[in-house]
Design a protein around this ligand. Structure first.
Ligand SMILES: [Zn+2]
Length: 69
């Protein structure tokens, strides 16, 4: 079975991205970058990655509050 949509891209993204053992670790790393990166749990490696694709997602206000400064 071939995986035409989504999965292949996610695989490559997974391999390229930094992995974090917990959401807290990912969030801390995002905070250091100063960018509005969002931690998410990867269903391939079961670790957390960061994504900059924040459009259309609801971000917790506390997250912006922490990174705004
Ligand atoms: Zn992954």
């Amino acid at each position: 079975m071939r995986e035409e949509r989504g999965m292949r891209t996610r695989q490559s993204i997974c391999e390229k991205k930094a992995r974090f053992p917990s959401e807290a670790d990912a969030r801390a790393a995002a905070d250091r970058t100063g960018l509005p990166l969002l931690p998410y749990l990867c269903d391939r490696c079961r670790a957390f990655h960061l994504t900059s694709r924040t459009k259309g997602k609801r971000l917790p206000k506390a997250y912006f509050h922490e990174t705004a400064a």
